[in-house]
Design a protein around this ligand. Structure first.
Ligand code: 7TS
Length: 404
């Protein structure tokens, strides 16, 4: 059970007014807010053990290294990776996808196919498009239906021995659709394709089990799970990470360097060139502990309640249309008011203290599918409440009155 009042006390930012009104933060799909334990952990790192890692015998450097590697281990446990060296620290989802896409060129030839879905965030489209341009491979798109679900019969039809990579999000950021990734991974493997799962929108709501999913890569950002910005994780199966060439060259990723030849470090260091976001990596572990203490089953159940309540209440507004009505959906509601631009509604409700995202949500192909410029997107977290949803509904009604 979630005690929202108790949980809200952990988040200092929520206890404020914006434009003279109590803040209602419904932009959680963009980034989550941070609990006090995370804020404290970041400050404590700099107060107590700040040093560079993996490179000194001095005590602080060892303390920082141990804390960083302990966090890697914690994340390995959290996603159930087989080895901790399959867990790479990145600066976020975008970095993780680019790292894989960049190296994957070594395995592509002209005529090969890379399959993405119609539901992807730009960061899981553009790196693959760039890769296809470079290699002569073809980008193939799994289409979606009006409800915002992938058309799985089309996915099966499009798969062939030409398919070398299938890359799909676990949950859509713009619509909240939960994709049947386990089944998709199995199908993709049947034709010998590798699979990357963009878990950016899934990890705030569930605990992925990468061994059970059997995905080849799973990427996510720390900032969407109560962690600091500039942190993220790329999970890759050991065999794939050994095969992929390094992404960036520099310090830490080498075994030996000479002007004639450089040899690379073992995993995970081969992919972690330069001084990383040490504090961020450590604190990401703190954020994951915080969420596990609340419990992902509790989080998912509570957020589902908010989704159902919000959907029902918003649909009571005449002329309001919700985009994304998949049967399996997380706590994201994308909507528009008939004849009114989402940006105008967003601007007015901001004056009433309500933070939602407006626009194409970095998923322009989805907006093109619906032939709309964008939507308003309210995305709920476990620290939100039904009372806040009531405030959103009142604010949207007010905006509608002012703009019609
Ligand atoms: N993939 C998905 C599914 C996302 O939702 C996002 C960010 C990214 C990738 C990129 O993550 P980053 O941390 O590297 O930027 N999504 C959003 C959003 O929906 N609103 O703001 C950012």
């Amino acid at each position: 059970m979630i005690d929202s009042q108790k949980i809200r006390a952990d988040f200092p930012i929520l206890n404020q007014t914006v434009n003279g009104k109590p803040l209602v933060y419904f932009d959680n799909a963009a980034t989550s807010q941070k609990p006090q334990v995370v804020i404290d952990a970041e400050a404590n790192y700099y107060k107590e053990i700040n040093a560079n890692i993996h490179r000194g015998v001095h005590t602080l450097s060892q303390l920082a290294t141990d804390a960083y590697e302990a966090s890697r281990y914690k994340i390995q446990q959290h996603i159930n990776a087989k080895f901790s060296h399959e867990v790479l620290f990145t600066s976020g989802t975008t970095h993780g996808i680019n790292l894989v896409a960049n190296g994957f060129g070594s395995f592509l030839k002209p005529g090969d196919e890379v399959m993405v879905s119609a539901l992807e965030h730009h960061s899981n489209i553009v790196p693959w498009q760039m890769l296809c341009e470079k290699t002569g491979a073809k980008l193939v798109v799994i289409p979606m239906n009006e409800n915002g679900e992938l058309i799985l019969s089309e996915f099966e039809r499009l798969l062939s021995e030409k398919t070398k990579m299938v890359t799909v999000n676990h949950i859509s950021n713009a619509l909240g659709t939960i994709n049947p990734i386990q089944w998709m991974i199995e199908k993709a493997h049947e034709v010998g394709a590798a699979v990357l799962i963009d878990g950016a929108q899934a990890v705030p709501h569930l605990k992925p089990d990468v061994q059970d999913l059997d995905c080849d890569f799973y990427v996510f950002s720390g900032h969407k799970i109560c962690g600091p910005t500039g942190t993220g994780i790329l999970y890759g199966k050991e065999a794939w990470l050994n095969k992929l060439p390094p992404y960036q060259g520099g310090g830490e990723m080498i075994a030996t360097v000479s002007f004639e030849k450089t040899t690379y470090a073992e995993l995970p260091h081969k992919f972690e060139a330069g001084t990383p976001n040490i504090a961020g990596g450590i604190v990401l572990g703190t954020a994951i502990d915080y969420l596990n203490e609340i419990g992902f089953d509790n989080i998912a159940a509570y957020e589902h309640e908010l989704l159902e309540y919000g959907t029902k209440k918003l649909l009571e507004i005449e002329g309001l249309k919700i985009y994304g009505t998949a049967s399996q959906k997380t706590s994201v509601i994308s909507f528009n008011l008939d004849g009114i631009h989402p940006y105008d509604v967003g601007t007015i409700i901001d004056k009433l203290g309500i933070a939602v995202r407006t626009g194409h949500h970095c998923a322009q192909p989805i907006m093109d599918f619906y032939q709309i410029p964008g939507t308003l997107r309210a995305s709920f977290a476990f620290y939100n409440t039904k009372e806040e949803i009531d405030a959103l509904v009142e604010a949207v009604k007010k905006a509608q009155m002012m703009l019609s």
